[in-house]
Design a protein around this ligand. Structure first.
Ligand code: F6R
Length: 613
């Protein structure tokens, strides 16, 4: 979603702010702007479109000064336009605000301010904030901090804010409620940012602001206050993300780099949680043996790709244990009356840990007495902080908007959880668990092997990329893989794609099949009749002249006879085959998008982290 960067220090602010904003570009945006204090007052530059447009504007009219805030906006209230771009100013031009989130009561506030003579320049909810702060100053607030605190006490909703005051030329203010914001502490300089990668090349120490906190930054340091202006405690933490990991490491896109990171990351995750004796260690879940043994119901909630991981989790946990697992899209869960209570373990799955619907579901489940744990990638994210325990997916920063390594690490996390539960609850005999751990250890290599075949996958994508639509079919463990493959394709190549359980084909989607429709069939071997059923589905597609792209197990020549193209993948236990198969589909989508010339790391209309509904 939107990005925020702020800087106070000895250097020129504009280049620092632009550099930080560029590092947040992956979040998606449609306009950008900066405000800089030059010692005598505030100056603003804004433009629609990519950061390059803002840079061109700054090249013509530079903004001098070493204190500033910057923003990339993803439109919510008001179209993408220069007037709606941040920063927004107070009517007297003495207060500049950048904002992520939504001020829910902005209409009432705007009406109230308009009645008092305020005129607005934009359609945004954000603009009410500098107006409110100006009013507090005019009403005699004792200090800039008091004016900001008083204004924020009147705002409802969610915000991460960067604020400049003309009267305090050496200060940046930051505030947070429900939207992520960090403060970076460097040597003689300080930063704010909506996400660590924005400043990872500048600082190694950060403060994660809590909800309801205001920070006052100078070059010399940081003070933190609550919304009543009283000093609040804070902790300075080390940055765990390395600067290199925020770079592309020579790959043409972040997405391709992240696809290639999967074997290493999955191997590391496995090593971290399974010791040499085959014990599964998940200490951060904070779920003791008695709790896990006593469970009878898990409810998993998530959005998008993370929801597909939850689908897989349900199939796997129900396959390996005696537990019942329900899943639901977080955006639905939060507005229903799901049957959860103190005996339910709610599992929230999220890469970013900042997804608004997932967070709302967690709050709702907590209020019903559920124990809530997350499978999450981002350390210290809002989700992690609100849950009782966490299983970190340890995928490292995911910059490409389309999720890849976060997904496979979520799948592996579910595998670890399922095996742990099966062992503790006595649902599987020990040799059965050992057999699976053995098979799991082979998965990173199998993925590596798929990556080595990427040229062949690119040739197939090149051949099929130009149609208007495609269909993805899978069964059992690979139904989520079909959905995820289709999602990847539509997200980055903009080709319409449907993912379906293959058994459903006859109940509707078969009508779509014609001689130009690519049908991706996940047909890797299984130990039972599911494979034969999938082959029958393949024949049905063939009979209607659909163009079959099959995912098949190495050496399965029979599939090659039916399919127009085959992507061979190594044999893997069916339960774990989604980890391998999805990588082939990530590459297929990737090369289709490349052939279609899209902006792969920043697909249109998408944001990396959806912090508003
Ligand atoms: C798809 C994608 C999205 C996210 C979804 C949830 O490639 O990235 O569908 O999976 O927005 O985001 P998180 O996992 O951050 O909660």
């Amino acid at each position: 979603m939107c990005g925020i960067v702020g800087y106070v220090g000895p250097e020129a602010a504009s280049p620092r702010l632009l550099d930080g904003l560029r590092r947040l570009e992956y979040r998606g945006y449609d306009s950008a702007g900066l405000a800089v204090h030059d010692g005598s007052g505030l100056h603003v530059a804004r433009s629609v479109g990519r950061l390059a447009a803002l840079e061109a504007r700054l090249a013509d009219s530079p903004l001098a000064g070493s204190v500033g805030v910057g923003h990339t906006r993803w439109a919510t209230h008001g179209a993408p336009s220069e007037a709606n771009a941040h920063p927004h100013l107070s009517p007297d031009g003495r207060i500049a605000v950048v904002h992520n989130g939504i001020i829910e009561n902005y209409r009432e506030l705007r009406e109230e301010l308009a009645a008092a003579g305020h005129r607005f320049q934009s359609e945004t909810d954000t603009e009410t904030l500098p107006h409110l702060i100006q009013r507090e100053v005019a009403d005699g607030a004792a200090s800039g901090l008091d004016a900001i605190a008083a204004a924020l006490r009147k705002a409802r909703g969610a915000y991460a804010l960067g604020i400049l005051l003309a009267g305090e030329p050496e200060v940046v203010y930051a505030a947070r409620l429900g939207s992520p914001l960090i403060v970076g502490v460097g040597e003689g300089e300080t930063y704010i940012a909506s996400d660590v990668p924005a400043i990872v090349n500048r600082v190694r120490k950060v403060i994660y602001l809590e909800d309801g906190q205001i920070a006052r930054l100078t070059a010399a340091g940081v003070e933190v206050f609550d919304l009543d202006g009283r000093p609040a405690p804070f902790e300075v933490k080390d940055v765990t993300v390395s600067a290199e990991s925020a770079d592309r490491a020579g790959f043409e896109t972040f997405m391709l780099k992240e696809i290639h990171e999967q074997p290493r990351i999955l191997r590391d995750l496995l090593h971290q949680h399974v010791d040499a004796d085959g014990r599964i260690l998940l200490p951060d879940l904070h779920l003791d043996e008695a709790t896990l043994k006593g469970l009878d119901h898990i409810f998993a909630v998530a959005c998008g790709t993370a929801f597909h991981a939850a689908m897989y989790g349900k199939i796997l946990i129900e396959h390996l244990t005696s537990l019942r697992v329900d899943i639901e899209l977080a955006s639905e869960f939060r507005y229903r009356r799901p049957k959860v209570d103190g005996r339910t373990l709610l599992l929230a799955v999220s890469q970013s840990g900042e997804t608004a619907d997932t967070l709302a579901s967690v709050r709702m489940a907590h209020s019903r007495g559920c124990r809530v744990v997350s499978i999450c990638n981002v350390h210290d994210s809002s989700l992690v902080r609100e849950c009782d325990g966490v299983l970190y997916t340890q995928a490292g920063p995911e910059i490409g908007v389309a999720s890849t390594k976060a997904y496979t690490t979520q799948l592996l996390s579910f595998v670890l959880l399922a095996l742990h539960l099966a062992r503790l609850r006595g649902d599987l005999e020990e040799p059965e668990i050992r057999r699976r751990l053995q098979a799991l250890r082979a998965v990173p290599n199998a993925i590596h092997y798929v990556l080595e075949r990427k040229d062949a996958i690119e040739r197939i994508a090149d051949k099929h990329h130009d149609g208007p639509s495609s269909l993805y079919l899978g069964r059992r463990f690979n139904v989520p893989t079909a959905l995820e493959g289709a999602l990847k394709n539509k997200e980055i190549s903009y080709q319409h794609a449907e993912g379906y359980a293959a058994g459903e084909m006859k109940h509707g989607p078969i009508a779509l099949i014609h001689e130009y429709l690519p049908v991706v069939c996940i047909c890797t071997r299984t130990e039972d009749e599911v494979y034969d059923k999938m082959v029958s589905n393949l024949r049905e597609v063939e009979a209607r002249h659909g163009r079959i792209i099959a995912l098949a197990t190495d050496g399965d020549r029979a599939i090659a006879e039916v399919a127009e193209d085959v992507i061979f993948v190594p044999e893997t236990l069916e339960e774990f085959s989604p980890l391998v198969n999805v990588v082939a589909l990530q590459l297929l989508a990737y090369f289709a998008a490349k052939a279609r010339g899209t902006d792969i790391d920043k697909p249109r209309n998408l944001a990396k982290s959806v912090t508003v509904e």
